[in-house]
Design a protein around this ligand. Structure first.
Ligand code: FE2
Ligand code: FE2
Length: 266
């Protein structure tokens, strides 16, 4: 079932995949989500795919092989060195566009499916995160390269809700959707803004709900209680996939956005 026009599309965006448990949850949930939502595009934030920090070429290849169309990243982009050349050579994986130009990788890409072109832009917030340039300035540059795209999704990877809300309003009516990532906790504000841009402050993560944003809860609690350096490992407790589905019928506009929350099938 292909779209009637290039503007008809269904975009599944999946939040930060955390560790092996997150990768397995993604792979187990994807076939069910395809059946349920028939997405035209699947975009996944993979910044925590490798043991909770960063992503390896093998992790990315596995996601692409599972039918993921594009991968976005965030503040943990460069944790694994083996990904640096991959970021330069693989066009379907993007790191924040407002990192320094000298840093490996690109900040935007365009992927195509059944004649529909989806532009993907990754941004990093500037509050409490390390990004060399302004997200608000650099998104304009990234957008100017998106002329041929029927739809544009912006992954605003940020700590501060204020920056994400502001980016949603800033881009309302200019892109299909602005989705927030990084906090690993889904927010309850998914909606289509008046200009037609779907927005959510954070989609959550694909990983263990039984931990503390991905980390084993005993370790996270010990760190906070003792205020001493503590070893962090990825929790395996109660894994869920979290994301959003955005439906569209007009160029660069959304009709709806709904949250997707699915426990890993047993
Ligand atoms: Fe993350
Ligand atoms: Fe992050």
């Amino acid at each position: 079932m292909g779209p009637a026009t290039p503007a008809a599309a269904r975009i599944l965006f999946v939040g930060d995949v955390v560790g092996g448990i997150g990768r397995d949850t993604l792979l187990d949930c994807l076939p069910l989500l395809r059946e349920r939502y028939a997405p035209t595009f699947v975009v996944v934030n993979g910044e925590n795919a490798a043991g909770g920090l960063g992503i390896t070429p093998k992790n990315a290849d596995q996601m692409f092989a599972a039918g993921v169309d594009a991968i976005t990243l965030g503040n943990h982009t460069y944790h694994r060195r083996e990904i640096y050349p991959y970021l330069d050579s693989e066009p379907r994986i993007v790191r924040p566009a407002n990192f320094l130009r000298s840093q490996p990788g690109r900040g935007a890409c365009v992927v195509e499916h059944d004649g529909t072109r989806l532009g993907v832009i990754n941004l990093s917030g500037n509050l409490y995160l390390r990004a060399g340039r302004s997200a608000f300035a650099e998104v304009e540059v990234a957008l100017s390269d998106m002329n041929g795209a029927d739809h544009v999704i912006v992954d605003m990877h940020a700590e501060a809700t204020s920056e994400k809300v502001a980016m949603g309003w800033h881009l309302d009516g200019r892109v299909t959707c602005v989705v927030g990532t990084h906090t690993h906790v889904p927010t309850a504000d998914a909606r289509v803004l008046p200009g037609g841009t779907a927005y959510i402050t954070d989609v959550g993560m694909t990983g263990p709900r039984g931990g503390v944003i991905g980390v084993k809860r005993e370790q996270a609690i010990e760190s906070l209680v003792t205020q001493m350096p503590t070893r962090f490992e990825t929790s395996h407790d109660d894994p869920w996939l979290m994301g959003v589905l955005i439906t569209c019928s007009q160029r660069r506009r959304a009709d709806s956005i709904e949250q997707v929350m699915m426990p890993r099938p047993s």
